[in-house]
Ligand binder design. Structure first.
Ligand code: NOJ
Length: 732
C-alpha cells in the first residue's frame, strides 16, 4: 500500500517548522457546518437525526437549503480548522480555496464523512455484507464507495466500523461485521484495501478511519454509549484483532469510541491510544475523537471541565477533536501553562499533515466539480455490484417443505408496510442516496412474479389492518410477509430491550397463518432478532437485512430461485432476548449448558442460540465428510470433502474452527480460523484444503503476550459453527 516518500516526510517537517502553536492546534480541530439562526442544532446532530429517522430526507433537505449555515470560514482563514464534514463538491472547493489561498500557510483541509456502506450506491449494511464471507466483494464495494465520495471531495471515510458485537440489543450491530474476530479481520483488511488502494495509479483512493476504538460493541446490556468492562485477554484476542488487521493493512486513521474501557474513556485512554494503537500496532496517521466525545469526559466523571478534558485527551494521544472546539479554545493555554508539552502538539499536527500528504491534498486540494455528474445516473456497473452484494448477503434461515423458491406464476400476496417503502432499503448510516435509485421489495417482486398483489396490512410501527389481512389471505396461494424493523430501529442510539418483531407484526403473522396458506417471512432488519416463535410456526424465513438500493431486486431473485441463497450469519441469533449476549465463541464454564439442572443455562430458554454464527441454508444441500489433518511441520494441512447432494448448483461456506482444549487461560469453545466459499454443481464433489500455520493456535494472555502452548487441539470443519466434523491433534 502507498507509503509516504522521504521527500514527502521532509516536506511535512518543513511545513511544521513554519507553523505557529495556534496553527498546529488548528490542524487538530474538526468542525462541522453549524446551522445558524432559528434552528440551533449542530450539523452532526442533524445528521444523526436524519440517520435515526427523527428527520426525513425531505425535512433535512429543506433545512439545509433554507437555513443559513456557518462553515467557519474565518477560522479556516486563520488556520484554526484542520478538517470539516461536508459532502457538496462546490462547498468543498469553496472552503478549500479559503484554506489553500487565504490562510497563512495554505494547508489544505481534509473533508470527512460517514460513508459506511456506500455513498450514492448504497450496499448492504455491514452485518449483512460480512455474511457473504467474501473479502473480495467487500473490497469492491468499498472501492466503489471511495470513487463516488472522492468525486464529491470527500477523501476520508469514517469507516470501516470494526466493533465486534455479541449483544443484538445494541442498535449498532448493524454497522459492523458481526461477532467473530477472524471474519471481522478479513472484513477489515478488505475494506481498508478497497478504500485506500486504487486498482490503477489514477484510481481515486481515500483514507479509512477505523472505528470505534475500542470495545464499543461490548457496551453493558447492549445499551448504546454504556460502560464497558472487559478482561484484557478478551480485549487482545477478540476486540483488538480486526483493528490490528486493519492497521497492518495500512489504515491511516482511527476514531476513538465513546465508551470507557475498564474505567477510562477511550477518548482519554493513553494505554489504548498511545501504547497499543500508536506504539504496538504502529498506526501511521492520526486518531480523531467521536463527536463531542472530549467534552463528554466531563459526563463520564473523569474531567472537571473543558480544559481538563482537552488536556487529558491531548496527553493520551487524541490528535483531532471532533466538534467540541475544546482543542481550539483550550490547548494553547494548556501548552503555555506547561500542562501539555509542545511535543504532543507537534506529534498530533505531524500525524494529521502526514495523512493529508498521503492523500495528495497538498498537490491536489480541489475536486473537479463536474466529476460528481458521472453519478447523476448510477452507472450499470454500480447497479450490478449493488445487486450482487445484496443477493449474496441474503440468508435463508428456514425452508420447510422446500416452499422456496416460488414459481414465477405463483399467486402471491405480498404484505407488510416495509415492502413498499423504497427508502427503507438503505439501512442505518446511509447519507447520500437518492430515493429514485432505491428498489423496494414490492417493486422488485413485481418484476419477477406476474400474479403478485400487495396488501400493506401493517408494519413495525403501526397496528394491523384486519381487512387487508383477510384479503391477503384470500388472494394468494402463498403469502410473502415482509416484516422487521424500520431503519430507525437500528444504528446509533437505537438499542432495543426486546428484540422480537416490533409492534403488532407477530399478530399479523398469526392471523396469516390461521388462514392455512403457506407463509414466507422475509425479514428486513438491522440486527439479529429473537425469532423463537417465528421459527416454530412459519415454514420459510429469509433474512434480508437492509440490503441497499437493489434490495427489492435481490430479494425477488432469491424468492423466485434465479439466485440460490448463499449468505451466512455473521452474528448468532438468540431464541429469546434474555439470552443476549449470545455468541458461538464463548468460553467454556465449569458447567457447560446441558439438560441437567445444575449447568450454565436458563430455566426458561433454550440452551443455545436459535441460529448460530456461520449458519445459512441453500436451495440445494451439502454434505461434509472425510476430514483429515496432516502435520506438515509448522503448518497443518486440513482437508475436507464437500459434496452438493441436492439437485441444483449452489454455494456453501466451509468453515474451519479450532479449540485449545486445555490452556493456561479459559479459551473459547470454538474459534473461526479460516473459511472458503465452495460452489458446486448438483452432485459435484470437491476436496477443500485449509493451510493453518501452527502459530495461529496460540492466544494472548492478560498482559498482551502471545502464547503458544502445547496440548490437545480440536479441529472442526463444517457449514456453520454448530454442525461440524471434528478431528483431534496433539501439539508440542
Ligand atoms: C457519531 C458516531 O458514533 C460515529 O460513528 C460517526 O462517525 C460520528 N458521529 C460522525 O458522524
Amino acid at each position: 500500500m502507498r507509503q509516504l516518500t522521504e521527500a514527502q516526510k521532509k516536506r511535512i517537517e518543513e511545513i511544521l517548522s513554519r507553523m505557529t502553536l495556534e496553527e498546529k492546534i488548528g490542524q487538530m480541530n474538526q468542525e462541522s457546518p453549524s446551522i445558524v439562526g432559528g434552528f440551533d442544532v449542530p450539523f452532526s446532530e442533524l445528521i444523526e437525526m436524519l440517520t435515526d429517522g427523527r428527520l426525513s430526507k425531505e425535512e433535512f433537505g429543506k433545512i439545509m437549503s433554507t437555513s443559513q449555515q456557518d462553515y467557519h470560514e474565518d477560522d479556516i482563514r486563520a488556520g484554526r480548522v484542520g478538517s470539516l464534514m461536508v459532502q457538496d463538491p462546490a462547498k468543498v472547493n469553496e472552503l478549500q480555496k479559503i484554506a489553500v489561498e487565504e490562510s497563512r500557510l495554505g494547508i489544505p483541509l481534509i473533508f470527512g464523512l460517514d460513508v459506511i456502506h456506500g455513498f450514492k450506491t448504497v450496499f448492504p449494511i455491514a452485518i449483512a455484507e460480512a455474511g457473504t464471507f467474501d473479502p473480495d466483494l467487500m473490497r469492491k464495494t468499498a472501492r466503489m464507495a471511495a470513487r463516488e465520495s472522492k468525486a464529491a471531495g470527500v477523501s476520508w471515510h469514517f469507516a470501516p466500523m470494526l466493533d465486534i458485537a455479541r449483544d443484538a440489543r445494541w442498535g449498532r450491530v448493524s454497522e459492523g461485521p458481526g461477532e467473530d474476530p477472524c471474519l471481522a479481520s478479513a472484513f477489515a483488511t478488505a475494506k481498508v484495501t478497497g478504500l485506500q488502494e486504487g486498482e490503477s495509479p489514477d484510481d481515486p483512493y481515500v483514507a479509512a478511519c477505523l472505528k470505534h476504538y475500542i470495545g464499543y460493541g461490548a457496551c453493558e446490556s447492549g445499551r448504546d454509549y454504556n460502560t464497558v468492562n472487559m478482561a484484557m485477554h478478551v480485549f487482545y484476542n477478540h476486540y483488538l484483532k480486526p483493528f490490528k488487521a486493519a492497521v497492518d493493512t495500512g489504515a491511516q486513521t482511527v476514531m476513538a469510541a465513546f465508551n470507557d474501557l475498564n474505567g477510562i474513556p477511550c477518548t482519554v485512554n493513553k494505554f489504548l491510544l498511545r501504547d497499543i494503537l500508536k506504539e504496538k500496532l504502529g498506526l501511521p496517521g492520526f486518531v480523531v475523537s467521536d463527536a463531542n466525545a472530549i467534552r463528554e469526559c466531563i459526563n463520564h466523571g473523569i474531567a472537571a471541565d473543558d480544559f481538563d478534558a482537552g488536556v487529558q485527551a491531548a496527553l493520551a494521544g487524541m490528535d483531532m477533536d471532533m466538534g467540541t472546539g475544546i482543542y481550539k479554545n483550550q490547548l494553547q493555554k494548556a501548552v503555555e501553562e506547561g500542562k501539555v508539552p509542545m511535543e504532543v502538539i507537534d506529534e498530533a499536527a505531524r500525524r494529521i499533515l502526514s495523512v493529508k500528504m498521503w492523500l495528495g491534498l497538498f498537490d491536489h486540494p480541489y475536486v473537479d466539480e463536474a466529476s460528481m455528474h458521472q453519478y447523476d445516473v448510477l452507472p450499470q456497473e454500480h447497479l450490478d455490484l449493488a445487486l450482487e452484494a445484496a443477493e449474496r448477503s441474503i440468508v435463508l434461515l428456514k425452508n420447510e417443505g422446500d416452499i422456496l423458491p416460488l414459481a414465477p406464476s405463483a399467486k402471491i400476496s405480498v404484505i407488510g408496510s416495509l415492502a413498499d417503502q423504497p427508502e427503507e432499503v438503505v439501512g442505518a448510516w446511509a447519507l447520500s442516496w437518492r430515493k429514485e435509485d432505491c428498489v423496494s421489495l414490492w417493486s422488485g417482486i413485481q418484476k419477477e412474479f406476474a400474479n403478485a398483489k400487495y396488501f400493506p396490512c401493517g408494519g413495525p410501527e403501526g397496528g394491523l389492518n384486519e381487512e387487508e389481512i383477510t384479503e391477503a389471505a384470500a388472494y394468494g396461494d402463498v403469502i410473502v410477509a415482509v416484516l422487521g424493523e424500520t431503519i430507525a430501529m437500528s444504528g446509533e442510539a437505537s438499542s432495543r430491550a426486546d428484540i422480537t418483531l416490533p409492534g403488532k407484526q407477530r399478530q399479523i403473522l398469526e392471523k396469516l397463518l390461521e388462514s392455512g396458506k403457506p407463509v414466507v417471512l422475509v425479514l428486513m432488519n438491522g440486527r439479529p432478532l429473537a425469532l423463537e416463535w417465528e421459527d416454530a410456526h412459519v415454514p420459510a424465513i429469509v433474512e434480508a437485512w437492509h440490503l441497499g438500493i437493489r434490495m427489492g431486486d435481490a430479494v425477488a431473485r432469491v424468492l423466485c430461485g434465479k439466485k440460490n441463497p448463499e449468505g451466512r450469519l455473521s452474528s448468532s441469533f438468540p431464541a429469546m432476548t434474555g439470552q443476549c449476549p449470545v455468541y458461538y465463541n464463548h468460553p467454556n464454564t465449569g458447567r457447560p449448558a446441558s439438560k441437567s439442572k445444575f449447568t450454565s443455562r436458563y430455566l426458561d430458554a433454550p440452551l443455545d442460540s436459535l441460529y448460530p454464527f456461520g449458519y445459512g441454508l441453500s436451495y440445494t444441500s451439502f454434505d461434509f465428510s472425510n476430514l483429515n489433518v496432516r502435520d506438515q511441520g509448522d503448518v497443518l494441512m486440513i482437508g475436507v470433502e464437500v459434496k452438493n447432494t441436492g439437485e441444483r448448483a449452489g454455494t456453501t461456506t466451509a468453515q474451519l474452527y479450532t479449540q485449545d482444549v486445555a490452556a493456561s487461560l479459559v479459551r473459547p469453545v470454538k474459534e473461526l480460523k479460516r473459511f472458503a466459499k465452495v460452489t458446486l454443481e448438483a452432485g459435484e464433489i470437491m476436496r477443500v484444503y485449509f493451510e493453518l500455520p501452527k502459530n495461529e493456535l496460540g492466544f494472548f494472555d492478560n498482559e498482551g503476550n502471545y502464547r503458544l502452548e502445547e496440548g490437545l487441539f480440536r479441529i472442526y470443519v463444517g457449514q456453520n459453527s454448530r454442525e461440524c466434523l471434528m478431528a483431534e491433534i496433539w501439539e508440542k
